[in-house]
Structures are given as structure tokens and as C-alpha cells.
Design a protein around this ligand. Structure first.
Ligand code: NAP
Length: 255
């Protein structure tokens, strides 16, 4: 039995890479594509939809979403309401939205995954960073992405900060009397630590977590050089969510 997959955002950078991955796996079947601005009616025999409500009642198992932060919640809610287990890479969810979607998945007895990062190396980086923060509570996160990225900081940076704050004793970093002569110079604040977002052409998705302590420093870095780095995680997500009955936040929950 193949797993029937819908790809939302199939014309985008991530969505088109996911489409190729699904087509290349004989255990998966690409059954529908969604993009509100698509002009084509089909791609190699796979129907293209421009309005998600036309997918109500459609025969599919999994909804892969690489769209835009502004529609991520609405799309994931729609997928769960309509019996499609969501595998969502789109970023920009609030903690309340994630909790709400987990609750809906429990009601619907559907598996699902919201993963701010599908690269295995990035998952390990987050895990190592959380571990190190127990011993190095002074930490700054620098995330670096291509200049078409719409949200800042990245979902991965927020997730990293969340994982760190579960381990690190809450601490406001920097000098108590520090001031910014240019607004934003110290980056965004999360539980007393700082997050900095770099946007440059040529980059894909990169993150450094820098720790400092008396007389020593530790830097962890992960680089996605190519969007294919995310696809083994998306593939794993698709194959796992169909076996489960609750949505999870973070690929590490499925590993
Ligand atoms: P992108 O190239 O801009 O692609 C997004 C695509 O979604 C566009 O083709 C867009 O169409 C389309 N779209 C917009 N609204 C839609 C809707 N309501 N339904 C279906 N499709 C819609 O962006 P990207 O670089 O692929 O990134 C997509 C998302 O994935 C972002 O949130 C990004 O942060 C995230 N991301 C996640 C990971 C991960 O590992 N989790 C990795 C990389 C990126 P138009 O261009 O015509 O508006």
C-alpha cells in the first residue's frame, strides 16, 4: 500500500524539492498539488488545485506543507479537519497555535508533524546546544538564511532557544546597564538570551550557537548547503505520521 501525498506550496523552493522526493519514492504516491497561484491544471498527470476547499473529501493520507507563515496554521487546521495527516515545514507558528493543533489531532485521532527543521544535523545541533547550556548558560544564537526568507528569527532558532530554556537556568545576559545606540544591535531577546538573524543571497539555512564562559568558548554550527538536506526528514515524517494518532512538534520526537 502506498501513502497518498498532497504537496501544498509545490511551486516554492522547498515544495518543489519535496515533490521530487515524493515522486522518487515507490512507497509514496503523489495525488494532488496545491498552490493558489498555479496556472497549470496538472503536473505529469497529478491534479493541481488553487483552492484548498476543493480538496475536501479527497482521497489522500498526508498533507505536506511548505507554504508561507501567514497560512501555515490555517492549512494545518484544514488538513487535520479533513483527515490528512500534516507534515509541515512551514515556519511561523505561535506556541498557542501548536497546542491548538495538537488538541485537534487528538480529537481527530490523526498523526502529524510540525518541524521547524527537517535536517538531521540541525536536530543534533539543537540537542547538543540544550545539553551544553546546562554548563554554559551564556549563549547567543546566530541564524543565517537566504534573503527571500519571510520570517525572522527562523523557526529553528526559536525551537533551539525553547530547548535551551528548558535546561538553562533563566538568565538575562550582557551588562546590566547595556544600551543600544542603534536599535536592534543586540538582537532579539528570548528568556534573556539573544538571537540574531542574518539574511544574504547565496545562503540556504545555517545556524551557530555560541557559548561563552570564563576563559573558554564553544561554538556549534550546522549548515544546510542544499534543500535536499531536508528531504530524508520529510520522507521519515510522511512514513511516521500515518502510524500515529497525535501531532508532534519537532522531528526529534519521531527519531
Ligand atoms: P517559497 O519558495 O516562497 O515557497 C512557498 C510557496 O508556497 C510559494 O510557491 C507560494 O506561492 C506558495 N503558497 C503561498 N500561499 C500558499 C497557500 N495558501 N497554499 C499553498 N501554497 C501557497 O518558500 P520556501 O523557501 O519553499 O519556504 C517555505 C516555508 O518552509 C517557509 O516558511 C520556510 O521558512 C520553511 N522552511 C522550512 C524548512 C524545514 O526544514 N522545516 C526548511 C526550509 C524552509 P507564491 O510564491 O505564488 O506566493
Amino acid at each position: 500500500m502506498t501513502i497518498k501525498v498532497i504537496v501544498a506550496g509545490f511551486k516554492g523552493r522547498m515544495g518543489s524539492t519535496a515533490l521530487d522526493m515524493v515522486k522518487g519514492d515507490s512507497e509514496l504516491e503523489l495525488v494532488a498539488l496545491l498552490d493558489p497561484f498555479a496556472a497549470e491544471k496538472e503536473v505529469n498527470g497529478v491534479p493541481v488545485f488553487t483552492d484548498k476547499t476543493d480538496l475536501v473529501g479527497f482521497d489522500a493520507d498526508v498533507w505536506v506543507d511548505f507554504t508561507m507563515p501567514a497560512v501555515a496554521y490555517e492549512n494545518t487546521h484544514f488538513a487535520l479537519e479533513n483527515g490528512f495527516a500534516p507534515v509541515v515545514g512551514t515556519t511561523g507558528f505561535t506556541p498557542e497555535q501548536i497546542n491548538d493543533l495538537i488538541g485537534l489531532s487528538v480529537d481527530k485521532k490523526l498523526g502529524g508533524l510540525i518541524a521547524p527543521n527537517f535536517a538531521i544535523g540541525a536536530i543534533l545541533l539543537m540537542e547538543f546546544a540544550a545539553k551544553a547550556s546546562k554548563y554554559f548558560p551564556d549563549v547567543e544564537i546566530i541564524e543565517l538564511h537566504h534573503d527571500k526568507k519571510k520570517d525572522a528569527p527562523s523557526g529553528t532558532a526559536i525551537k533551539t532557544a525553547e530547548l535551551i530554556s528548558q535546561v538553562r537556568e533563566s538568565k538575562k545576559q550582557g551588562a546590566a546597564d547595556e544600551t543600544e545606540s542603534l536599535a536592534g544591535a543586540r538582537g532579539a531577546e528570548f528568556d534573556g538570551m539573544r538571537i540574531h538573524s542574518v539574511r544574504l543571497p547565496g545562503l540556504v539555512a545555517h545556524q551557530e550557537v555560541i557559548f561563552g564562559a570564563q576563559g573558554e568558548g564553544l561554538t556549534l554550527r550546522h549548515d544546510s548547503y542544499d534543500r535536499s538536506s531536508f528531504m530524508s526528514g520529510v520522507n521519515l515524517g510522511i512514513k511516521e505520521v500515518v502510524k500515529r494518532d497525535q501531532l508532534v512538534y519537532g522531528l526529534e520526537k519521531l527519531l
